[in-house]
Design a protein around this ligand. Structure first.
Ligand code: FES
Length: 62
């Protein structure tokens, strides 16, 4: 399990797009709410464990 710190308090409207819009579901994107590819960092996470990622994207188990 990832620990995600969110600061947004309101919903974000995504108006109809010509192309797909990818919303971050891993919590690591630096371009929230959009995916920026940082989800690649979560490869190798094990079920039942909790991880924390620092500002540089380095993972440590907590
Ligand atoms: S799903 Fe979170 S960065 Fe892609």
């Amino acid at each position: 399990m990832r620990k995600v710190l969110k600061s947004g308090q309101q919903p974000l409207e995504i108006k109809p797009q010509e192309k797909s819009v990818w919303i971050c579901m891993c919590g690591l994107s630096k371009n929230q709410p959009f995916c920026d590819g940082l989800h690649k960092k979560i490869v190798g996470e094990e079920d039942g464990k909790t991880y924390e990622y620092d500002a540089e994207g380095q993972r440590k188990e907590v």
